[in-house]
Design a protein around this ligand. Structure first.
Ligand SMILES: [Zn+2]
Ligand SMILES: [Zn+2]
Length: 345
């Protein structure tokens, strides 16, 4: 069986490759892509990556079209979410109850999700029904948000600021509210582009307590007015340099949980460690690998507790991938989250 998939590198160099999909071996499954979300990682590849072109697309909802020997968990015709990075289940960390520390994970092995077919292990798939594929593919990014919120251990009715108004920031703020936070503020820099404006405007529709333009001077006051001593938790989805902003608003004994990455230089900060010690502030990095809590994320989407229709703003055919990626990278289109449909749609 042949498949067509997209591979990309700097700057917006996107190539379509036709490849052979191997026949499913023991415990392997062929999945036909139904929808694929565009992720910040894909954007990083086409904006900054100078090495060989990388496979694009890992936020996937699909349909099982063929199963190999020994597969009992899914059948032909099932709709499935694809985990892009599955824990092994057999290492010391997995068996010791810390699968989040697994280092022998199963990935997509360079297969492009912005394509038609992938050959995957059966244990990377989660069956679902009752959701549009274009919404179901939010499971992967939402699981990242859910894990970050759980890692932050928000006190009951505590105060939280989420930095960054991209899809991950928006969904993290929403999940923090669901997790029992009494006050949730979201900050984003309104870049004065259609994209920057659209994201801050969309945040206003998610039931948060404050939406703040962090590009305005004195933005911290919008939080200090409500929480004079600072907030209990800051969760940073924006580039690491915004931990400087987090330090301005975190309260005594608070925690800053951060998962935003940047590969273009905005990934270092200068921290006054004395200040952390005297204020008892914890810096907590968080990395969403391997896939954990996909079931929980899927449940939030099914129940409408995280409103997928507010997050997915653009659905297009994969033939429009380049135009869509360019629109996001350049900020020229009011994209919250874009989802691509495969070739044969
Ligand atoms: Zn992603
Ligand atoms: Zn493991």
């Amino acid at each position: 069986m042949k498949t067509i998939g997209l591979y990309g590198r700097k700057y917006l160099e996107i190539e379509e490759r036709e490849m052979e999909v191997r026949s499913p071996g023991h415990e392997e499954v062929i999945v036909r892509v139904l929808a694929c979300g565009i992720c910040g990682t894909d954007l990083n590849f086409v904006r900054q990556w100078t090495g060989p072109a990388m496979a694009l697309g890992h936020e996937l909802a699909g349909e099982v079209v063929e199963v190999g020997p020994g597969v009992r968990t899914v059948s032909v015709g099932d709709q499935v979410i694809v985990e892009d990075c599955t824990l092994c289940g057999t290492c010391a960390a997995c068996k010791g109850g810390r699968p989040d520390l697994c280092r022998t994970m199963f990935g997509l092995e360079g297969q492009s999700g912005m394509g038609q077919y992938l050959c995957l292990r059966h244990n990377s798939l989660i069956k679902y029904e009752g959701l549009e594929a274009t919404h179901a593919c939010l499971t992967e990014p939402l699981a990242v948000c859910l894990n970050a919120v759980l890692a932050a251990r928000i006190p009951f009715q505590g105060s939280v600021a989420v930095l960054g108004s991209g899809p991950l920031g928006l969904m993290t703020a929403r999940v923090a509210k669901l997790q029992g936070a009494g006050f949730v503020a979201l900050t984003g820099v309104n870049t004065r582009t259609p994209l920057g404006r659209a994201r801050l405007a969309r945040a206003e529709r998610l039931g948060l307590d404050r939406v703040i333009d962090a590009g305005e001077s004195g933005w911290e006051n919008a939080i200090r007015d409500v929480c004079p001593g600072g907030v209990d938790r800051v969760i940073v989805s924006s580039p690491p340099e915004s931990i400087n902003d987090a330090l301005k608003i975190v309260g005594y004994g608070g925690t800053i949980t951060f998962f935003g990455l940047h590969f273009g230089g905005r990934n270092t900060i200068n921290v006054d460690i004395n200040d952390l010690i005297f204020r008892k502030v914890t810096l907590q990095p968080f990395f969403a690998e391997p896939a954990i809590n996909f079931h929980g994320a899927l449940d939030l989407l099914k129940k409408g507790l995280v409103p997928a229709a507010e997050i997915v703003s653009h659905v297009r055919g994969v033939k429009e991938a380049r135009r869509t990626l360019a629109g996001i990278v350049e900020g020229a289109e009011p994209v919250i989250k874009a989802v691509l449909l495969p070739q044969d749609h």
